[in-house]
Design a protein around this ligand. Structure first.
Ligand SMILES: *Cc1c(COP(=O)(O)O)cnc(C)c1O
Length: 358
């Protein structure tokens, strides 16, 4: 157990008056969690302090060599007014799994979860009330050695901040157009695709911007070696329902192991669907589309839960999915996941972790 020292903000900010204008990650709560790491001493000084800038030397390692990792999760206000988390230990475990690749010391799973729960309980009034809203939680860890030599840092900071965020589908679920990226790649074997490191995002921004300019919501990344197999979309995993079966890329190093992906696969298998995790060629996806066998395509991630896809464009080829409407399996996954998260249906999977009374 961490002994977390809490220093309350003497001048709490006003809570956002209009929850319909929250957006995503634009405003932040009153406090943040911090804990430091020093080589030889380990993690120390766990504390919650008023949300504030973190002063850093311009030569700090993270600014130059991007030695850092982040996580993304949410706290929900249930219909019974309980503040609750969704599988927080999965995020803690994923940050551990990524830490080794980035030479970042691991934060113990129970300490990560305790830090998040303690901060969320303190910030419970920041969890918005309207349908579909949540408190987005952003844990992150970064190297704080000062100096320009390229090496594993001896000092780190683990920080958790919270941002009340609006309903992702404020205007209703709207299927999106996806551009299959044929030039840039996001990941390759041996690289950092399976980690939530900022560098993956820095390298992906250009493709996202170009796709957006062409009128697409996201890019679909192909494998980095042959540009032949589907991997994931933007910041979501992607699943395809073809002729009754569900296909998605396996998490073998180049794909981010999403908590939503994993949860959807578990539900789909419970419901009797065959889910195949393995290589799926984009050519076969397009062919299934032309033959009318591409029944549903959807992204999965914490932000949107599921994001139905209505169109895929690959080189000169286009396919349209389910007449631009959300498919029944996608809808059922959305209803089940969000139902559990907001306490509208029983949590039959043991995925919900209550934090406190709202
Ligand atoms: C965070 C993320 C996902 C989705 O993960 P969840 O745990 O479901 O939110 C998928 N792909 C990438 C690249 C991501 O960064």
């Amino acid at each position: 157990m961490l002994d977390i020292k809490i220093t309350k903000n003497p001048v709490p900010k006003a809570k956002p008056a209009d929850e319909s204008k929250l957006g995503f990650g634009k405003i932040f709560s009153d406090h943040m969690f911090l804990m430091d790491y020093t080589d030889g001493r380990g993690w120390h000084d766990p504390r919650i302090v008023p949300y504030a800038p973190i002063p850093m030397d311009p030569a700090t390692v993270v600014f130059h060599y991007a030695q850092e990792l982040f996580e993304g999760m949410k706290a929900y206000r249930s219909v019974d007014n309980v503040i609750q988390l969704f599988r927080p230990e999965c995020n803690a475990q994923r940050m551990q799994d990524s830490s080794d690749r980035m030479c970042i010391p691991q934060v113990p799973v129970e300490d990560f979860v305790q830090a998040v729960k303690t901060l969320v309980e303190l910030e419970k009034d920041w969890v918005p009330h309207s349908d579909g809203t949540s408190l987005y939680i952003r844990p992150f860890v970064f190297a704080t050695d000062v100096g320009l030599g390229v090496h594993a840092s001896k000092h780190y900071t683990f920080c958790v901040i919270c941002a009340p965020s609006g309903a992702y589908y404020a205007e209703g679920i709207d299927p999106v157009r996806i551009y299959v990226e044929d030039e840039y790649i996001r990941a390759a074997p041996g690289l950092t695709g399976f980690t939530k490191c900022g560098g993956n995002y820095a390298a992906s921004i250009k493709a996202g911007e170009e796709a957006e300019r062409k009128g697409f919501a996201q890019v679909l990344w192909l494998d980095g070696v042959e540009k032949k197999y589907v991997e994931e979309v933007g910041s979501m995993n992607i699943l395809f329902k073809i002729d009754g079966k569900i296909y998605t890329a396996a998490c073998t190093g180049t794909v981010l192991p999403g908590v939503t992906r994993r949860s959807c696969i578990e539900l789909l298998r419970d419901w009797g669907y065959e889910v195949i995790e393995g290589p799926l060629a984009i050519a076969d996806v397009m062919k299934a589309g032309r033959e009318g066998k591409l029944e549903e395509v959807f992204g999965t991630g914490t932000a949107a839960v599921v994001s139905p896809v209505k169109e895929l464009d690959w080189k000169e080829d286009k396919v349209f999915i389910n007449d631009g409407k959300i498919g029944p399996v996608t809808q059922k996954l959305y209803d089940t996941m969000t139902g559990m998260q907001w306490g509208k249906i029983p949590d039959t999977k043991g995925w919900i972790v209550p934090v406190c009374k709202g």
